[in-house]
Design a protein around this ligand. Sequence first.
Ligand code: ATP
Ligand code: MG
Length: 273
Amino acid sequence: MKTIVFLNNKGGVGKTASVTTIAHMMAAKYGKKVLLIDLDPQMNSTCMFSHVNFIELFHSIYHGTCINKQKSIEDLLLNRDLDIHKCILHTEYENLDIIPSHLTLSEAAERIKADVKTPQQFRLKGHLKSLQQEYDYCIIDSSPSMSIVNINGLVAADEVYVPLRCDGGSLLGAAIIMNLFQAVSEYNEGLKIGGMFFTQWNGRKNVSKAVYELLEESFGKYMIPVSISTSKNIEESSLVQIPLLAYDDGRNKCKTTMDYLKLTEYILNNSRS
Ligand SMILES: Nc1ncnc2c1ncn2[C@@H]1O[C@H](COP(=O)(O)OP(=O)(O)OP(=O)(O)O)[C@@H](O)[C@H]1O
Ligand SMILES: [Mg+2]
């Protein structure tokens, strides 16, 4: 199993759009057995694939009532004796499973940090060992932060991909992730930069060219020659909780779907080398 994390501590750069689209494409179009892990307490990837009941969730948060919730990534990170299989949900899509997140994951992060008995960064990596023969790919979505939960994702990963938008915040995010990569590589020696790519790309804007040139200068060898164009289908598909390729099914594939198919193919080829 190859483990790939999508990381940028800048918010809204397309981490979730990329993870949900690419994980589903790997499973549906390329027949890979894929496990998606949601490391973000915002639960955006989880919502796409597990039909979260928002009304039940609303009441449980507002009234502090306990719902009988599916075991999530939080349980896994807090309990090293838990069998990871108990946290895996099968999605309605063949070959695609998910370990969901829950809103309380950010509180759990504090508990992980407070527990000094077990190494904090290696919890996910430890659990994933038992799945090595069961999946071809593990694709990890992360939150826009430098949390211990995200570090667990980076430590468990073989490759990191950095989605970017053409703005200053994304530039800073790229610099921060590259520094983090250096630090984590000291104890996850096999970790590779898979690459950086633009989302919500509009090559006609001057700012796009300026940001592209700046990144090319510093990180040229990591820039992926595929950019993801903007499409309303991404927002529409996330609203109805259907991954982009399935949403496009039966109609003309939009440019963004074609871009993501190219990127998925790039990642599959890249992870073989
Ligand atoms: N290619 C695209 N075209 C149009 N809209 C997009 C595209 N990619 C992402 N979006 C929209 O931009 C917003 C942010 O995208 P997304 O949630 O994937 O970012 P993120 O990096 O996961 O954010 P966060 O850091 O909050 O988790 C969403 O509303 C999403 O629907
Ligand atoms: Mg997200």
